[in-house]
Design a protein around this ligand. Structure first.
Ligand SMILES: [Zn+2]
Length: 75
């Protein structure tokens, strides 16, 4: 007796924790999303985009350096 209730409580708390965590980070992602914009073609990138991907875009699409296309990156 008591064990089942405790387990259920624990499960509930975990679910709450996970939901809160996921919701918060998702909102944060949405808020910050697409805050990197290519200065040349205005293509938006997620803030989480890594430098190599931006560099690839710069050289592949524009034959430019990353600094020319994304002067604000990392600032
Ligand atoms: Zn571009």
């Amino acid at each position: 007796m008591g064990n089942g209730a405790k387990a259920a409580q624990k499960r509930e708390r975990n679910a709450e924790k996970n939901a809160g965590k996921g919701g918060k980070s998702q909102a944060k992602v949405n808020e910050a999303a697409k805050s990197i914009v290519c200065a040349v073609c205005r293509q938006p990138f997620l803030i989480t985009t890594r430098a190599p991907a931006l560099e690839e875009h710069s050289s592949n699409k524009h034959s430019k350096s990353m600094a020319e296309c994304f002067p604000n990156y990392g600032k």
